[in-house]
Design a protein around this ligand. Structure first.
Ligand code: B12
Ligand code: SF4
Length: 489
């Protein structure tokens, strides 16, 4: 079959992100003998016109569309991507009769709402490598794709026939050795535009943080990849595209204990000079781990700390306490790693006192940077949403494509002013929903100077204070729709 895969993401803040998930799906589709083309809409001025022309020329039998982001999950300056996604699907339908299959992380968080809003013919929830290939096979053979695990039908679905045999296991088996088909994309363009190369060493997360979608998207157990295979891929990336910074896209790279250690040892044994960064948990982050990561080229980690107050950590379902977070922070700084803490203010139970406790601890810990969210974007199926629904505080219909945020009423008024003051005084904070982290023109300037990798590692107090004093109202900060309508509970 002729299969066109479309990556709809045009967001370039904080940097353009290479569509790794779609590159995995492309590899699986090509390996199963289909003819593929990709349309990556990230760059260029006329993505929709180009897409239409490509569809007319290529005449695909099936069009798969990857929807990565729903919105920027930031309050109150929310940016949504639904309008762009609608245009992309409309172009696909308008240029061809081929069935449109929706997938990707953004889609998978709210598949039914996306199917309703975007009029897809089929949707694939979760990992696409196996389910999409099985769907193509079913379409080719006239079987009913709706019986495949992970596949959901669109509104025009009428059962045609019944598939024989068991549905395939929807999860990828790393032992198959599948590698993302980067060659089908303009990977170097992402690097030129300041993006990082990306690589995945495992899927899943065993933790149960109250608001988090990652276990829902990737599964609630870790499926780790052979460290030798990971470093083989890293080595070929650096050879094929020249030295460039990498981001490990794992939910958390440093857990389970031993996995990142094995990857670092392999990097060191091959003498690779790398620059990389990752998400990490304070859990079991010890001195040795921090030192080893630094020696293997880690230049910064983003710790999912969320709060530095024991009661608040417990309420957020975190699996560590303040002492562990402070120790992890210290070990990383001692090892020469830059540390950015992700913090969420306004979760249930937050009080002015707990906000102050977290802020004071962050001053004491002297991290490189802090990314602080005001309120929590609610997603279906997370422990937090389920508990708010159980207690009658939230109607399930309120969680949708137009974001609903939870901010504890006890701090709703207090937070914005207080956080802005904290950020201004500290000079190393990003407040994504209150102050745009970076304006596109500044980003272009920095990237034009050859600066890549996470920008938070470069924060200077004087620059950040100028940023906070500037007037942002009305400025376009992203490719999405600014101030997408939203609700707060
Ligand atoms: C790593 C990461 C980042 C890194 C990326 C670094 C890099 N260079 O790669 C950074 C920090 C830059 C980042 C930024 C942002 N991110 Co982010 N990120 C992630 C994370 C943890 C992993 C993404 C990833 O690469 N996964 C690995 C690949 C292999 O998986 P995948 O993309 O899901 O693809 C699989 C399936 O989805 C499916 N699939 C994908 N495409 C297709 C297509 C078809 C046709 C089919 C059938 C299937 C299919 O099959 C794939 C293979 O199994 C996810 C959370 C998660 N666990 O998924 C959030 C996530 C994608 N991010 C999210 C968001 C919101 C953002 C930001 C908007 C945040 C912000 N305010 O700045 C920005 C946007 C940046 C941009 N330019 O788009 C959200 C998106 C959903 C939402 N809420 O809108 C997620 C899901 C986290 C969440 N909150 O739930 N992110
Ligand atoms: S916040 Fe991090 S540790 Fe917690 S469930 Fe999500 S990915 Fe896992």
């Amino acid at each position: 079959m002729r299969v066109l895969l479309v990556s709809a993401n045009r967001e370039q803040i904080p940097d353009p992100v290479f569509p790794l998930g779609m590159a995995y799906v492309a590899a699986a589709v090509e390996a199963s003998g289909h003819q593929i083309e990709v349309a990556d809409l990230c760059f260029g001025r006329r993505p929709l016109q180009n897409l239409g022309a490509q569809i007319v020329r290529f005449k695909p039998d099936v069009i798969g569309i990857s929807l990565r982001n729903v919105d920027n999950a930031a309050y109150p300056r929310t940016v949504g991507y639904l309008a762009l996604h609608r245009q992309v699907v409309d172009v696909a339908h308008g240029s061809s009769d081929a069935p449109v299959v929706l997938g990707g992380s953004g889609f998978s968080i709210m598949p039914l709402a996306h199917m309703r809003e975007l009029n897809g013919d089929w949707g694939i929830v979760g990992e696409g490598e196996r389910a999409f290939v099985a769907l193509l096979q079913a379409l080719e053979q006239g079987d009913d794709p709706a019986t495949i695990a992970g596949v959901i039908p669109g509104s025009s679905y009428t059962a045609s026939s019944t598939r024989r045999g068991l549905p395939p296991e929807p999860m990828l088996d790393w032992n198959e050795g599948l590698r993302p088909l980067r060659a089908a994309f303009d990977y170097p363009r992402y690097l030129r535009r300041g993006g990082m190369g990306n690589i995945q060493t495992k899927r899943g997360c065993i933790f149960k943080c109250s608001y988090c979608t990652y276990p829902l998207l990737e599964g609630n157990r870790f499926r780790t990849r052979d460290p030798v295979d990971v470093v083989d891929e890293i080595e070929s990336l650096q050879r094929d595209f020249g030295p460039h910074p990498l981001f490990f896209v794992d939910s958390i790279l440093n857990f389970p204990h031993g996995h990142v250690e094995a990857i670092c040892e392999e990097i060191l044994s091959r003498g690779l000079a790398l620059r990389w960064s990752c998400y990490a948990t304070p859990v079991k982050l010890d001195r040795n781990q921090a030192k080893l990561m630094a020696r293997a080229g880690c230049e910064g980690i983003e710790l999912g700390t969320d709060a530095v107050d024991d009661d608040q950590l417990a309420r957020l379902g975190k699996s560590f306490d303040v002492a562990t977070a402070e120790r992890a922070n210290r070990y990383c700084l001692e090892a020469g790693l830059r540390v950015c803490h992700s913090i969420i203010f306004g979760a249930p139970g937050e009080t002015e006192a707990s906000v102050r406790t977290t802020c004071e601890a962050l001053v004491r810990m002297r991290p490189t940077a802090v990314i602080a969210m005001t309120g929590i974007r609610l997603y279906p199926g997370t422990p937090l949403s389920q508990s708010l629904i159980r207690t009658g505080s939230l109607d399930p219909d309120e969680i949708g494509l137009l974001p609903t945020f939870y901010i504890d009423p006890a701090v709703a008024e207090f937070l914005p002013g207080y956080l802005l003051k904290q950020a201004y005084t500290a000079g190393n904070w990003v407040l994504p929903g209150l102050v745009p982290p970076i304006l596109p023109r500044t980003q272009r300037l920095l990237r034009g100077l050859g600066i890549s990798g996470p920008l938070w590692r470069l924060f200077q107090k004087s620059f950040m204070q100028r940023l906070y004093r500037a007037h942002f109202k009305g400025q376009k900060t992203s490719w999405g729709t600014s101030n997408a309508s939203r609700k707060v509970i």
